[in-house]
Design a protein. Structure first.
Ligand code: F6P
Length: 459
């Protein structure tokens, strides 16, 4: 079997006794199954990072090759171009885009450095799988250095419509660089269609089959591969967590009130301010829920050096204080907002406890929290998922209450409807959502991508 080489911006090297969560586990498991190496940034900065060779570690049958970033690279490549320009651009949120030309040049040069450091570690029988928006130029850079092994690329974020791409500095170059891979994977068919359209219009690629583009004599396959979770395992974790001390404490503090629950990174794409405003509107428009409901939102701090993330934190702090001060009562705090991350097991328990999963990103590639909320429910007495139409997961979880994340009345109406929804309707909606998760596994997502890559290069 070919060796798998995964390349991503951040590499979560497992530490003694600690296992990373979510997608990191899936990629680790894929590597452990197939044998392989994970290459990328180790999460640290140091002034001599540019001249330090990759550090090689082994854990759980996987080889990890990691490099550091210099403080300037971190500022311009990670905080700057990747997360201040590309991230909001990919999410079609121009109001959060900040662009500095010198950050773009550092973005290219860090990708070059990834390429230079990776090259000596590659073997002829490797299959290379590059991940996400930090590394758009990498496939092209590897090809220019003569790498001719199969290269797949998967974008975890949405792919914007071509007119949004027009505001990307050098958008055409990014498209041409991506077209050097053999397989390009996206989360949804809309993202795939956006890419196909942009590649033809902006990069001059030709569509030679519904899923194949031809560009400068090279053909590249494109397709959607929705990221999945392991619903059965997550359901077990959630059911077990219900008896954990953290859950007992939560239940006793709720004193019989219904629980609305959300969990996200603190990120401008997650729609947190509008989400709070929607909850505030519920309490204003439907006063019957005052004192009868508690909203618990976990928003773990993330990318704290990015100015729009700092501004978000400030705005949220103002909103949280105002909402609790204006709507709260001596013995009732309507909103509990936590910025510390919680253990995955405990989060699964919160999901099972919550009558409502309130997940309203402004835009999201997929949103695995929505799938996890569905998996965590008690089949006999499930909660209701309120989900933004703008999340990739809404393509699959159509039986959720789908909302416009910017429309506070829509959010309030959905919350009111969910809080009062009869059990029969809750079960019917939950069953329809659960059916979409049936038979899917996170590992299956990765294997489907790799199978398609293998078939593509074999044609
Ligand atoms: O959703 C994109 C993503 O890169 C995820 O893969 C990752 O878990 C998350 O953002 C956190 O990103 P960062 O590495 O910037 O902390």
């Amino acid at each position: 079997m070919k060796r798998l080489v995964i390349v991503s911006n951040r590499v979560p090297v497992p530490k003694e006794g600690l296992r990373p969560g979510g997608l990191a586990v899936v990629l680790h498991d894929l590597l452990a199954l197939q044998g392989g190496m994970w290459f990328g940034w180790n999460g640290t900065t140091s002034v001599d990072a540019e001249t330090t060779p990759p550090q090689i570690q082994h854990a759980g049958g996987v080889e990890y090759a990691t490099i550091g970033l210099t403080p300037a690279e971190h500022k311009h490549y990670y905080t700057g171009f990747s997360n201040s320009t590309l991230w909001p651009l990919m999410h079609s949120l121009p109001e959060f885009i900040h662009f500095e030309r010198r950050e773009l040049s550092t973005y290219w040069s860090v990708n070059e450095r990834f390429c230079e450091n990776l090259l000596p570690l590659l073997r002829d029988d490797d299959t290379i799988w590059i991940h996400d928006y930090h590394l758009l130029p990498l496939a092209a850079q590897l090809r220019r250095k003569g790498v001719n092994m199969p290269i797949g690329f998967f974008l975890h974020t949405p792919f914007p419509a071509p007119d949004m791409l027009a505001i990307a500095p050098d958008g055409g170059t990014f498209l041409r660089d991506m077209l050097c891979a053999d397989l390009l994977g996206f989360q949804t068919s809309d993202d795939t269609a956006n890419f196909i359209f942009a590649a033809q219009r902006t990069a001059g690629a030709r569509l030679v089959a519904p899923d194949t583009l031809s560009f400068e004599g090279h053909t590249v396959r494109v397709g959607s591969f929705a990221v999945e979770i392991d619903p059965d395992a997550f359901a077990r974790t959630a059911a077990e967590a219900v008896e954990a001390p953290e859950l007992k404490q939560l239940r006793s503090s709720l004193a019989g009130r219904k629980l609305i629950f959300g969990v996200d990174r603190m990120d401008p794409t997650k729609g947190l301010c509008d989400r709070l405003a929607g909850y505030d509107r519920l309490l204003e428009s439907y006063p019957i829920w005052q004192r009868n409901v508690t909203f618990l939102q976990i928003a773990a701090e993330s990318r704290v050096d990015v100015p729009s993330y700092r501004a978000l934190r400030q705005e949220l702090e103002g909103m949280i204080g105002k909402l609790n001060a204006q709507r709260g009562q001596a013995d009732w705090t309507p909103l509990r907002f936590l910025t510390r991350g919680s253990a995955r097991r405990v989060v699964a328990g919160y999901m099972r406890q919550a009558q409502i999963g309130y997940i309203t990103p402004l835009r999201d590639g997929m949103n695995l929290v929505a799938k996890e909320y569905v998996a965590a429910q008690d089949p006999d007495d499930p909660g209701v998922l309120i989900l933004s139409r703008m999340a990739g997961a809404a393509r699959q979880l159509e039986a959720a209450l789908l909302v416009n994340p910017l429309d506070h009345d829509d959010l309030a109406d959905a919350l009111n409807r969910a809080l009062g929804m009869p059990k029969a309707e809750r079960r019917e909606r939950w069953q329809a959502c659960r059916t979409h998760l049936e038979g899917c596994t996170a590992l299956g997502w990765g294997q489907a991508f790799l199978r398609t890559l293998e078939a593509t290069v074999a044609r």
